[in-house]
Design a protein around this ligand. Structure first.
Ligand code: URA
Length: 199
């Protein structure tokens, strides 16, 4: 596989999860520029995403766009993907087997995009990159590994409806520009995961 659009074409035909592939309207591979510096990773498609085949197009997506605007970014400048690419029936939580089945697609996207920063949205996405951690403890913190900054945030859908999380997600988003600027000044990656100073 050589390009991101070829990869997305392959994702569209995936039938590895029987239940998800039979129940979906559309697969939602992800969208954004192949050379995006920032990759945002949510949980999985909801109703509207399943209808349109695009990530974060419902209420949570509108809020995500506002959050991006707070750091002068448009959604077209970032790559937006999900841990799983098909909507679970009734918007239930993704099963461990579904996350496992979809893992190689997400990894392939990351390898092709090679973003400078991966922002995890919600606990399912966080669990992929910060195993064993708790979102209430690590949201708003970053780690640099193999040249990529991993930054954990609450899910915009959760933050929309809970005032305390809303303040946290808005504050966390504002940390991103400084983290990117700081990592630019770090020449060498250390072998140990590097804790960036904004923890
Ligand atoms: N929530 C997600 O996690 N992903 C989407 O694409 C939409 C809502």
């Amino acid at each position: 596989m050589s390009t991101l659009s070829e990869l997305c074409q392959q994702i569209l035909t995936c039938t590895k999860c029987e239940v998800l592939s039979k129940n979906r309207t559309r697969v939602v591979p992800g969208e954004g520029p192949e050379n995006a510096e920032i990759m945002l990773i949510g949980e999985g498609p909801g109703f509207h995403e399943d209808q349109q085949g695009r990530p974060f197009v419902g209420q949570a997506g509108m809020y995500l766009e506002q959050l991006l605007a707070s750091i002068n970014l448009k959604r077209q400048q970032v790559y937006i993907a999900n841990v799983i690419k098909c909507r679970p029936p009734g918007n239930r939580d993704p099963l461990p087997s579904e996350i496992q089945n979809c893992h190689h697609w997400l990894q392939a996207q990351i390898e092709l995009i090679r973003p400078r920063m991966i922002v995890t949205l919600g606990r399912y996405s966080m669990a992929q990159f910060f195993p064993g951690k708790t979102i209430s403890k690590i949201h708003g913190t970053a780690q640099k590994r193999d040249g990529i900054i991993y930054f954990a945030m609450y899910h915009p859908a959760a933050a929309l409806h809970q005032q305390s999380l809303r303040q946290a997600i808005e504050d966390d988003m504002l940390k991103i520009p400084a983290l990117l600027a700081e990592s630019e000044s770090i020449v060498q990656d250390s072998p140990q995961p590097e804790q960036l100073s904004m923890l």
